[in-house]
Design a binder for this molecule. Structure first.
Ligand code: NAI
Length: 321
């Protein structure tokens, strides 16, 4: 069956970090399908400093030149006031918000032991707190209007882990926790999902900073060259456009896009080890049963924390009942 034609006419999308490689691709892709765009970006360097508002304006101008609707916004995502101003820009210019793409990002890479307080605070502020501050005011509107699509941006650097990125990885995995809780609270009409992009031609893909070992970067670049042509931001933009659309019928999912490969990434648990009898196990008992702890029984993908409780209760009923 041919895919349905995604039409975003009449809808309004906020894209944060829209001046960068991925954000710019998302803004252009959503506009091409008819959405009016708030192209947010403070126009900073990769550390999120030295802002240039003209960069967001350039993206909005590109969209308008193609016949689309767009307005630039240069507020930071990293504060409550900034997040509110971004939603307000959407209301002032287009009267509503249907879509929020949380994409803005910065990086301060260093070995864990070398990260300064400022490195930690600034990266958590943009990626994690920014996801709260931008999404909260828009979500309140979405609840009132009974419709919304929210996309968060995670990363393999957190979900699977990459060196030099403890601050970034923690923030990027934090947004998955935020998403999972929001999905429990949100009405069905609001779909919330996350992407783990990988793209060249944008800046977050490589930890290129003076505190990162040059040999590590060279090795990473060499491995990253395979199928480099499939690393264009447009690959992720195709997924994000679907997640942003009315056609999107999933929620609470995480999708990786890597070298043109699209894959759902999920958290699962095995049934594990259930000690028999009433005696509380000693540490040695746990160690002796580690194979069962690691992979015993069937695998389950809990849909919530409460769901995990039900899975364990059923396993206990079978084992002890
Ligand atoms: P980029 O650096 O090209 O774009 C990020 C944009 O966010 C920049 O234009 C920057 O000015 C803007 N920004 C930074 N701080 C901001 C703030 N406080 N308020 C508003 N805007 C701000 O980065 P790229 O590579 O396009 O990454 C986009 C997103 O995808 C980021 O969240 C990044 O962490 C994530 N990502 C990217 C990967 C890649 O391979 N490029 C891999 C995994 C995740």
């Amino acid at each position: 069956m041919a895919p349905s034609s995604i039409d975003l006419s009449g809808q309004v999308a906020i894209v944060t970090g829209a001046a960068g490689g991925l954000g710019r691709a998302y803004a252009l892709a959503l506009a091409e399908r008819g959405a009016a765009i708030v192209a947010n970006d403070l126009g900073g360097d990769t550390r999120g400093e030295h802002g240039m508002p003209s960069l967001a304006e350039a993206v909005a101008e590109d969209i308008r030149a193609k016949g689309g609707k767009a307005v630039a916004n240069a507020d930071t995502v990293a504060t409550k006031a900034g997040g509110e101003a971004i939603t307000q820009a959407a209301l002032d210019h287009f009267g509503r918000v249907d879509i929020v793409i949380n994409n803005a990002g910065n990086q301060r890479n260093a070995l864990f032991e070398d990260l300064t307080e400022e490195d930690i605070e600034s990266v958590l502020a943009v990626h994690l707190k920014g996801a709260f501050f931008v999404t909260q005011p828009a979500y309140r509107l979405m609840k009132r209007q009974g419709y919304g699509r929210i996309v968060f941006t995670s990363s393999q650097s957190g979900v699977f882990g990459n060196p030099y990125r403890a601050n970034y990885g923690a923030a990027k995995t934090g947004v998955i926790g935020l998403m999972r809780v929001l999905v429990q609270e949100a009405p069905e009409s609001i779909r919330v999902n996350s992407v783990m992009p990988n793209a060249s031609g944008s800046r977050m893909g490589t930890p290129g900073e003076e505190r990162v070992d040059k040999d590590f970067i060279a090795a990473m670049m060499a491995r990253g060259n395979a199928y480099a042509e499939r690393m264009a931001p447009d690959y992720t933009a195709a997924l994000v456009t679907w997640l942003a659309s009315r056609d999107c019928d999933v929620t609470g999912q995480v999708y990786s896009v890597l070298r043109g490969n699209y894959a759902r990434v999920f958290s699962a648990r095995c049934e594990g080890w259930i000690p028999a009898g009433a005696r509380r196990p000693e540490p040695e008992d746990v160690a002796a049963n580690l194979a069962a702890v690691a992979s015993g029984g069937a695998w389950h993908e809990p849909q919530s924390g409460i769901d995990e409780g039900d899975i364990v209760r059923a396993a206990l009923d079978r084992s002890l009942g």
